[in-house]
Design a protein around this ligand. Structure first.
Ligand code: CAA
Length: 263
């Protein structure tokens, strides 16, 4: 199903989702968010049909990933409307964080405000050497409202997150890598190739183990360590009942490459 502001393209088991609002550097207005929500429904259906194993999110054009919430919409908000605006974006980005498959942000330019928050909701971030990150909301008289205060602090630690959130300063890709905000950096012309390489190395391990690893880390971070350890043991036990586990261990012992079937 085509969406005005979001494009889905498949490359084998990797699905590319492109944010497309070029007049405003892919800024997130209410229609863009609605299209993203509907596109995620499609991705989930493809995951359930075993057609998609990894999702990668990028921005249209070479200037921006996403330049944030649409400031002309933001400017109209009053009081409780602002709370609902934030809750709506948070729920959508929670959907991304809770996707059953790994989600990679491919950041090729500005990832500011809601755009940085969208990248943070993804599980992994690969950026071009021209990417710029920031949470400039304080310069607009507000704070990040699509999860940035929570996810950036969990990703970087309190001090480094507050250094960005309280100043609104922009962080270039090389600093983002040092901070731990991104996983990998690539020359601008090779960004998609770098994402495909990362996706392919995840896909080689087999979808069941990849999904369980994601679920264990995410579930643990959302609960206590004791609960996380219980979840880890439960998932480990489930994997020990799979054909992929029989195949992976037999392949190692037989000195050959494993051929995972995802069952
Ligand atoms: N909302 C609406 N329009 C935006 C936009 C945004 N977030 N970001 C860029 N645009 C528009 C510009 O208004 C401009 O439109 P016109 O051509 O019609 O004038 C067009 O996109 C191109 O942008 P610029 O001319 O500004 O491009 P530039 O290269 O000079 O600057 C930029 C690029 C530094 C990214 C600058 O556009 C910018 O600072 N954008 C706003 C970034 C921002 O503050 N984001 C946070 C938004 S609030 C938020 O996200 C809240 C939340 O937590 C959810």
């Amino acid at each position: 199903m085509p969406f005005e502001h979001v494009k889905l393209e498949k490359s084998g088991k990797l699905c590319w989702l492109t944010m497309h609002n070029p007049k405003a550097l892919n800024a997130l207005n209410s229609q863009v968010l609605a299209d993203l929500d509907a596109a995620l429904d499609q991705v989930v259906a493809d995951v359930e049909a075993n057609e998609t194993h990894i999702l990668a999110i990028r921005g249209a054009g070479d200037k921006a990933f996403v330049a944030g919430a649409d400031i002309s919409e933001l400017a109209q908000l009053k009081g409780l409307e602002g709370r609902d605006f934030a809750r709506n974006g948070q729920a959508l980005f929670d959907r991304i964080e809770n996707m059953p498959i790994p989600v990679i942000a491919a950041v090729g330019g500005y990832a500011l405000g809601g755009g940085c928050e969208l990248a943070l909701a993804c599980h992994l971030r690969v950026a071009s050497d021209l990417a710029v990150f920031g949470l400039p909301e304080v310069t607009l008289g507000v704070i990040p409202g699509y999860g940035g205060t929570q996810r950036l602090a969990r990703q970087l630690g309190m001090g480094r997150a507050l250094d960005m959130i309280l100043t609104g300063r922009m962080v270039k890709a090389d600093e983002a890598l040092l901070l731990g905000l991104i996983n990998r950096i690539a020359p601008a012309a090779e960004l998609e190739e770098a994402v495909e390489k990362l996706a392919s190395s995840i896909m080689q391990v087999g979808p069941l183990a990849a999904r369980a690893g994601l679920e264990a880390v995410r579930g643990g971070l959302q609960s206590s360590q004791a609960e996380g350890l219980r979840l880890e043991a439960q998932l480990f036990g489930l994997l020990c009942g799979t054909e992929d586990m029989v195949e992976g261990t037999a392949a190692f012992l037989g000195k050959r490459k494993a051929d995972f079937k995802g069952c």
